[in-house]
Design a protein around this ligand. Sequence first.
Ligand code: SF4
Length: 64
Amino acid sequence: MVMSDKLRRERASLRLVCACEECEHFVDDDKVCDLLYPTTPHRLAAFDVPDGTPIFFCKMFEAR
Ligand code: SF4
């Protein structure tokens, strides 16, 4: 999937969560995943990208 204005608007209006910082497995103090997955592709910053940039969702995401 790629970032788009439509996705950005839906994420805001529907309050969709998908980033590490919004996930039960994210350890805030250490900024790591307690399942030991790499977080860089799934952090909030990875979704703050220009339209057309590929984005990656984590299959192990669990909302807090
Ligand atoms: S399970 Fe996935 S979304 Fe959750 S903290 Fe780990 S890497 Fe991030």
